[in-house]
Design a protein around this ligand. Structure first.
Ligand code: HEM
Ligand SMILES: CC(C)=CCC/C(C)=C/CC/C(C)=C/COP(=O)(O)OP(=O)(O)O
Length: 282
């Protein structure tokens, strides 16, 4: 049982689902929730994200076996067979997609886009070849937020696109800091992540640039989604703090400190999204 949980990357799936739940509530803008509709939207997205993650673990089993960070995962360690993992991931995704169809077609399409960006574009086409893999792969990570929004509003999706863009602009910090920390691992597995190709300093300034853009989009959402001042203050404060730490890191990049920045990035995104709830109900 534990292998089936580990193979869907529970911490990552949890934060992805936070973006989905919050996007749903920001799109709905009220607490009178149709609980069946809400549960169908959340369960379909959860199954799609979990299934996609398991399929990524199945496809990456060879390189995961080469990296210290990932070699104890269920498939490379032999606790879960590749075939079982593939069937498990496919079943989860198909179930999620079909339940998503019962909510609305746009949600189902967004879930399919998540699978395509993650598995086809990122995992199969780019991850092993291009330093810019996560620029396109990042769209996969932005899909749960868009899915949450579109479950409620299939037509006016501007707010949903902004929510998705916040995640997209956050992804370079999320991944490139961890890549810096595990540089030797990524070199061993021959994965050309951007920091390994251009160096930590240039990659760190690219993260600063993306984080500055993220600050602008976080502020834009205050206007577009008509959220409260409390959201604007909370979200801009936490992103500004992260930006300040990212600039300090870029001035003196350090492999050990990169892991702290990676952890801080997850906290930053979590607080930005939770502050949106104050924005609606604050
Ligand atoms: C292309 C997109 C993404 C890539 C390549 C990616 C990659 C990674 C990697 C390499 C890890 C470290 C896994 C480990 O060894 O522990 C990780 C963990 C994680 N990811 Fe992602 N990720 C992506 C998108 C996202 C998104 C969009 C979110 C949330 C909105 C997210 C949330 C997390 C969380 C919460 C963790 C665990 C952090 C911790 O261990 O404290 N990821 N991800
Ligand atoms: C709606 C929907 C289906 C969305 C998909 C959301 C999702 C699973 C995003 C994560 C994207 C991703 C490529 C993570 C694994 O990266 P990695 O293989 O580089 O990480 P690893 O080295 O830790 O395995």
């Amino acid at each position: 049982m534990r292998q089936f949980i580990e193979v869907i990357k529970p911490k990552q799936t949890a934060l992805l689902m936070i973006t989905c739940v919050v996007a749903y509530l920001v799109s709905l803008r009220s607490l009178s929730i149709d609980i069946v509709h809400f549960l169908k939207a959340m369960i379909s997205t959860f199954l799609a994200v979990a299934g996609t993650t398991a399929l990524n673990m199945w496809l990456d089993r060879d390189i995961d076996a080469l990296m210290c960070r990932t070699r104890n995962r269920p498939v490379p360690s032999g606790k879960l067979s590749p075939k079982t993992c593939m069937i498990y991931g496919s079943t989860l995704f198909i179930s999620g997609f079909l339940i998503g169809l019962t909510v609305n077609v746009v949600l189902a399409i967004v879930l399919l886009l998540g699978l395509i960006f993650d598995i086809v574009i990122y995992t199969i086409l780019l991850k092993r070849k291009s330093p810019y893999s996560i620029v396109l792969g990042g769209f996969a990570g932005a899909m749960p937020a868009l899915a949450g929004w579109c479950a409620v509003r299939e037509v006016d999706i501007l707010g949903g696109l902004l929510l998705a863009t916040i995640v997209l602009l956050w992804i370079p910090a999320h991944i490139w800091y961890i890549t810096m920390h595990y540089e030797d691992d990524y070199r061993k597995a021959n994965i050309p992540m951007y920091p390994l190709v251009v160096g930590m300093e240039k990659a760190s300034w690219a993260i600063v640039f993306c984080t500055a853009l993220m600050l602008i989009v976080v502020a834009l959402l205050y206007i577009v989604a008509d959220l409260s001042l409390l959201y604007l203050v909370l979200s801009t404060l936490v992103v500004s703090y992260f930006l300040y730490k990212a600039v300090r890191f870029a001035k003196a990049p350090d492999r050990v400190k990169a892991r702290k920045m990676y952890k801080l990035a997850s906290v930053t995104l979590g607080i930005v999204y939770i502050s949106m709830l104050f924005g609606i109900f604050g």
